[in-house]
Design a protein around this ligand. Structure first.
Ligand code: TZP
Ligand code: MG
Length: 227
């Protein structure tokens, strides 16, 4: 069976932000204690062996808390460690191919920037959408086309809701100061909010990842209570 997952506070990792006195697994542990509900391991430079070792070290932590671990891009790494799923982008293996390899019981999320991409991902069986890029970000190089702003995110979200039942988060520059605004602003005309927010630096680069996650989690809950 596909594991249950909760998109309220979605942490995407970046090992480049790990301080010298900590490991990525420690930061993920602290972040989950603060309220992170799902984790994606995103490694753009590690070779395959190092990626797998890192994935296993995170899996020990996520399993301990019953939090799903997804792997960015690398279906082979996800299979190697029996992760809970993958997150793929428009330039990665197609969702249909990923699903064929991983089967029905793994979570597959997809990054989308447009209404058409959202619709295609839903038709291909995405379990959730990562809609972005919400705000400008220093974490990932993005083209100006990719920058949607909250209004663009809402447009994609509204279209997706018209296509059918769907779950989604937004990503890109989201932090403790704008999370409530983003969730309020992107609420569809029918009043349906996104399920949560995905962040990298707001937690990864925080001096205290546990405290940062706690604040973000309470901000998301606050926005949800108003729905
Ligand atoms: N995909 C779209 S924007 C982004 C990713 C992985 C980076 C978001 O990072 P941050 O630090 O939360 O702005
Ligand atoms: Mg990708």
């Amino acid at each position: 069976m596909k594991p249950d997952f909760n998109l309220t506070l979605y942490l995407v990792t970046d090992s480049g932000m790990v301080p010298a006195d900590k490991t990525l697994a420690q930061i993920v542990d602290e972040a989950i204690q603060g309220g992170v509900t799902i984790v994606q391991l995103r490694e753009k430079t590690a070779d395959t062996g190092a990626f797998i070792a890192l994935a296993r070290s995170l899996q020990k932590v996520t399993k301990n808390y019953g939090v799903p671990l997804l792997i960015n891009d690398r279906i082979d790494v996800a299979l190697a460690i029996d992760a809970d799923g993958v997150h793929i982008g428009q330039d990665d293996m197609s969702l249909v191919e990923a699903r064929r390899i991983l089967g029905p019981n793994k979570i597959i999320g997809m990054s989308v920037q447009t209404a058409a991409e959202a619709e295609a991902a839903m038709c291909d069986g995405a379990d959730y959408l990562g809609i972005g890029v919400c705000f400008d970000t220093e974490t990932k190089q993005i083209s100006t086309d990719a920058l949607r702003g909250p209004a663009g995110v809402r447009q994609v979200w509204e279209h997706a809701l018209e296509v059918g039942p769907v779950r989604a988060v937004t990503i890109g520059g989201v932090n403790e100061y704008n999370a409530v605004h983003v969730l309020d602003y992107t609420r569809s005309a029918k009043g349906v909010p996104l399920e949560g927010v995905a962040v990298v630096s707001a937690i990864m680069a925080a001096e205290d990842p546990c405290a940062a996650a706690k604040v973000l989690r309470s901000q998301v809950s606050f926005a949800m209570e108003r729905s």
